[in-house]
Design a protein around this ligand. Structure first.
Ligand SMILES: Nc1ncnc2c1ncn2[C@@H]1O[C@H](COP(=O)(O)OP(=O)(O)O)[C@@H](O)[C@H]1O
Ligand SMILES: [Mg+2]
Length: 599
């Protein structure tokens, strides 16, 4: 770290090298095909150079010399080489595509795997939109550069050098005159590419502004409607659309100018060749065929220059994407298993907090803060929950209840103190087997696309259908599931039946029953449930909490009363513990909260 700060330039160089190595590593599994591909590229570039030369030969040695055999031989060579060109070009394009789609797949899997490993904190800091863009646009831009870019660069440079060499060999005077047009062509293409890259970038930005406005309008449609703000959203869309049109118009002008301009350059080149070459033919210095060849090669110049100019844009986009993807791959996973972490086996479920303090801010940010204590989300938590006990956690909004829950499941690690399970700190165990024995039910049950049964068996995909049915039954979900068109096999979500939040919550409870965690956390899991489902949920809760260690965050008195003990949090600290009656009698925090709920 200190080295990067001392010598940023050197670091940047190393960084580039590391990225290039990584990119080459992506091609490694396909190296045999990469080699064949490069052979095909060389052969295709070489054979593409033949036709203008052979056309010239056919005219000079065949037609003008009146030599039938030479004419026929040249034409045969022409056909054979063109066929060879077609074959190698096919091979080149096929292999570029073959390698490209595989690299795309590998890239996507690598980035996706990395995202899956990230700690929960990472997902609160990165919007889903940005991660989706990494997985789609950026990966595609990079793939474009890796598969297509390298080949384009290589084959066009080969062609350019080939044409230059052949022209010099054919007639160096005429060649030098032809080369005079080249810089004009090159400059026109580069200028055009520069402006159009800017213009295209602008159109992309404008379109993404439209997309995100659309996305926000759609997901916030109920808010927009209920506040009668449709017009404002329409006006905003009109503004964004106008900007988009203006950006698009720039590309329209550029496209309209570019092709005529380059054709003009080519025409000037052709004119120069005809004029100078024509004189040379008239004075008998060169043959007509040479002039014909030159005109043919001028056309061959045009393509590589264009494509190289285009490659510049591909390169810039690809490198920008590479940087962004590396930004993601370089993000360290914050919570990793210690090398000596052990598989916990079946845990008892005794849970204790030993002077636990946690802040979402970093150490530095906390130090900078004027009011240091305000930066702790939870502070000095000491709490012992014996296996099987249910604790209700109450406190006003922002008191730190959810934070405490997230610490237990190790979505974050506390900066101070430790959380112990069966007397050993969380870090003593491997994360995954430990987490499998913990259940967390958030406020809104999340359902994946698929059937109800698949959703219930999410934590145990191998569960038998009668186990799934039994789990649904245990939480009282059978009633509503039986009324669905296909029972447990009903598709839910986007293209299936929409469930109410209470029903979704019952599915989430059944999921928990099936995995049978030793420690259970309900974070306001019952608060969004309607009155009708309430009775069912109450019964479900009894089943859920029996024989488990549980932390229940709730507002509902009936839920709180089920707990063996109530813990009151305020500004991240425990201020009271006791039974409902004790705390009411104490007439402090809990009594105030209780009054607020009941009135
Ligand atoms: N992801 C987060 N990043 C930064 N601060 C957070 C985050 N989540 C919660 N907080 C802050 O931590 C404090 C406790 O929040 P939380 O545990 O969600 O409270 P509760 O669940 O009791 O309403 C609040 O001040 C909140 O603003
Ligand atoms: Mg909360």
């Amino acid at each position: 770290m200190s080295r990067n700060l001392k010598n940023p330039k050197r670091y940047r160089g190393e960084d580039r090298l590391r990225k290039v190595r990584w990119v080459l590593g992506l091609l490694r599994p396909y190296r045999k095909r990469v080699v064949v591909m490069f052979f095909a590229v060389v052969l295709a570039s070489a054979t593409s150079l033949a036709p203008p030369y052979l056309a010239g030969r056919a005219i000079d040695s065949g037609i003008l010399a009146g030599d039938e055999q030479a004419l026929v031989m040249t034409v045969i060579a022409f056909v054979i080489l063109t066929a060879a060109y077609a074959a190698t070009r096919y091979l080149q394009t096929y292999l570029v595509g073959w390698i490209g789609v595989r690299v795309l797949q590998d890239l996507r899997e690598e980035v996706f795997k990395h995202i899956q490993k990230m700690s929960i904190g990472f997902f609160t800091r990165n919007r889903p939109g940005a991660l989706i863009s990494r997985m789609t646009n950026d990966i595609e831009a990079l793939n474009q550069l890796i598969s297509d870019g390298i080949v384009t660069l290589f084959s066009n440079i080969l062609t350019l050098f080939g044409v230059v060499a052949i022209l010099l060999l054919l007639d160096w005077h005429l060649a030098l005159i032809t080369f005079c047009v080249l810089p004009l062509l090159l400059v026109t293409s580069l200028v055009f590419r520069r402006y159009s890259a800017g213009a295209f970038k602008e159109t992309r930005e404008r379109i993404s502004a439209i997309t995100s406005h659309l996305q926000e309008t759609l997901s916030g449609v109920r808010v927009v409607r209920s506040f009668g703000q449709e017009d404002r959203h329409i006006n905003r869309m009109t503004e964004l659309n106008t900007l988009n049109r203006q950006a698009n118009m720039k590309t329209v002008y550029l496209n309209a100018t570019y092709f005529p301009a380059t054709e003009l350059m080519t025409a000037i080149g052709t004119g120069a060749i005809l004029l100078y070459g024509g004189y040379q033919v008239i004075y008998g210095n060169i043959q007509v065929g040479v002039v014909v060849s030159f005109i043919g090669y001028l056309q061959l110049f045009f393509d590589p220059i264009q494509q190289l100019a285009q490659l510049y844009a591909t390169y810039q986009q690809g490198m920008a994407a590479l940087d962004k993807i590396f930004g993601l791959l370089d993000t360290d996973v914050e919570i990793v298993d210690a090398p000596d972490a052990v598989d916990p086996g079946q845990i008892e479920g005794a849970l204790s907090f030993d002077a636990v303090s946690f802040s979402y801010a970093t150490e530095d940010e906390r130090m900078d803060s004027v009011d240091q204590s305000a930066r702790w989300a939870v502070k000095d938590i000491d709490l012992v929950i014996p296996a099987g006990e249910t604790v209700a956690l109450v406190g006003s909004t922002g008191a730190g209840k959810s934070t405490l829950a997230k610490l237990v499941t190790r979505f974050y690690d506390p900066q101070r103190g430790a959380i112990l399970i069966d007397g050993k700190p969380l870090a003593h165990y491997e994360q995954r087997p430990l987490r499998r024995q913990m259940g967390i039910v958030p406020q809104e049950g999340f359902l994946f696309s698929g059937t109800i049964a698949e959703n219930i068996s999410f934590g145990r995909p191998d569960a038998m259908i009668d186990e799934v049915a039994a789990a649904a039954d245990a939480v009282g979900a059978t009633g509503f599931i039986e009324r669905l068109p296909e029972g447990l096999e009903t598709q839910v979500g986007e293209r299936g039946v929409q469930l109410s939040s209470g029903q979704r919550q019952l599915v989430a409870f059944a999921r928990i029953i099936l995995t049978g965690p030793r420690i259970l956390i309900l974070d306001e899991a019952t608060s969004s449930v309607d009155m009708q489902t309430e009775r069912t949920i109450e019964i479900a809760l009894d089943r859920l909490l029996a024989d488990r260690t549980a932390i229940v965050i709730a507002h509902r008195l009936s839920t709180i009363r089920r707990a063996d003990r109530i813990v009151v949090l305020d500004h991240g600290e425990i201020v009271e513990t006791g039974s409902h009656d004790e705390l009411i009698a104490a007439d402090a925090y809990y009594a105030r909260l209780y009054n607020a709920w009941t009135h």
